[in-house]
Design a protein around this ligand. Structure first.
Ligand SMILES: Nc1ncnc2c1ncn2[C@@H]1O[C@H](COP(=O)(O)OP(=O)(O)OP(=O)(O)O)[C@@H](O)[C@H]1O
Length: 267
C-alpha cells in the first residue's frame, strides 16, 4: 500500500478544492481540499461536530457549498443536482438505515439499480420502478449486488426480519446495484456489534480489491485503521492531518482533537 496515494499521476476519482460550507456564522467545513485516487478506501475521522457529515452532504450535492470546487474524474460537478449523481456513478449510504419496510430485500436493492436507469432515461416511456418490481425480471445488477454482499438466501426477507448488521449490508447492496465508481458510506458500522463490524470491514476491503473507490465516515477509529488505506482527520471544519491510518491517529494534533484518547494496538 502506498502511504501517499495522492502522489499518483492518474486522475483522481474525486477531488475537492478549497471546499467550504458555512451555516451563518458556523464554519462547518472551511477550506477542505482532498484527492481520492481509484481503487482505495479513504476514511474521514474527527470528533463530533468536526464537519464530516456536512462534507459528505456537499460531496453528494445535498448541502449547498459556500465556496470551492468539486471534480469527478477531473470534471466539475459543482452544479449537478443530487438527483443526477447516480448518472455520475456516485452512490452513498446514510447514517440511519433507509430501507423501505414494505419491500423485501431483493426489491429494496432493485431500487438502486433503477435509480441509475431512471437518472439516465428521462423519456417517461419506461415503466416505473414499482411496476418493474411487480414483474418477474430481476436486474443482473441486483443479482450481482446480492452476490457481492453475500445476501444470498435473504432475498425474500423484509427489513424487520433482519438483524441490524444485515440491514446495513442490504443498504450497501442497494448502493452497489447502482454500479458506482465511488461509494460514500456514512457511519456504516454504527450500532453494530464487533462481529458485524468485522464483517462490514471485510466486505468493504473485498469491494476495494475489486477496484471500487470508497470514502468512509466512521466514529470507530480502530475499524478505520483496520479498513482504510488513507485517512483524513478533521477538526472544526478543517483538515488537521492526512496519510496512512496509523500515522494519522498518532499525530499530536489528532490526539489533541480527541482530548487525549489514544488508538492503535501499540499506541
Ligand atoms: N443545517 C445546519 N445548520 C446549522 N449548523 C449546522 C447544520 N448542520 C451541521 N451544522 C453544524 O456544523 C458543524 C459540523 O456538523 P457535522 O454534523 O458536519 O459534524 P460531524 O463531524 O459529522 O459530527 P458527528 O460526528 O456528531 O456526526 C456542527 O457545529 C453542527 O452543529
Amino acid at each position: 500500500m502506498s502511504a501517499q496515494p495522492v502522489e499518483r499521476t492518474s486522475t483522481p476519482v474525486l477531488e475537492l478544492r478549497d471546499l467550504a460550507v458555512h451555516f451563518g456564522g458556523v464554519r462547518a467545513v472551511d477550506g477542505v481540499s482532498m484527492k481520492l485516487m481509484p481503487g482505495l478506501i479513504y476514511g474521514i475521522i474527527g470528533p463530533n461536530g468536526s464537519g464530516k457529515s456536512t462534507l459528505l452532504g456537499a460531496i453528494t450535492r445535498l448541502t449547498r457549498m459556500t465556496r470551492g470546487e468539486l471534480l469527478f474524474d477531473g470534471a466539475s460537478y459543482a452544479h449537478v443536482p443530487p438527483s443526477r449523481l447516480a448518472r455520475l456513478r456516485v452512490a452513498r449510504t446514510f447514517q440511519m438505515v433507509r430501507l423501505l419496510p414494505d419491500l423485501n430485500v431483493r426489491a429494496n436493492i432493485q431500487i438502486g439499480a433503477d435509480s441509475r436507469t431512471t437518472s439516465d432515461d428521462r423519456t417517461g416511456s419506461r415503466p416505473s420502478w414499482f411496476e418493474r418490481l411487480r414483474g418477474p425480471a430481476v436486474s443482473p445488477a441486483v443479482v450481482d449486488a446480492i452476490r457481492r454482499t453475500r445476501l444470498g438466501g435473504f432475498e425474500s426477507y423484509y427489513p424487520s426480519e433482519l438483524s441490524y448488521g444485515t440491514q446495513r449490508r442490504v443498504e450497501v447492496a442497494r448502493a452497489l446495484a447502482m454500479d458506482p465508481r465511488l461509494l460514500l458510506l456514512d457511519e456504516p458500522t454504527a450500532g453494530m456489534n464487533q462481529s458485524e463490524r468485522a464483517e462490514i470491514s471485510g466486505l468493504l476491503r473485498d469491494l476495494r480489491d475489486e477496484g471500487l473507490t470508497q470514502l468512509l465516515v466512521e466514529h470507530d477509529v480502530q475499524m478505520m485503521m483496520d479498513t482504510c488505506d488513507y485517512v483524513f482527520a478533521m477538526n472544526s471544519g478543517q483538515l488537521i492531518a492526512e496519510g496512512e491510518p496509523g500515522e494519522v491517529v498518532r499525530n499530536p494534533a489528532v490526539q489533541e482533537a480527541y482530548l487525549g484518547r489514544k488508538w492503535g494496538r501499540d499506541a
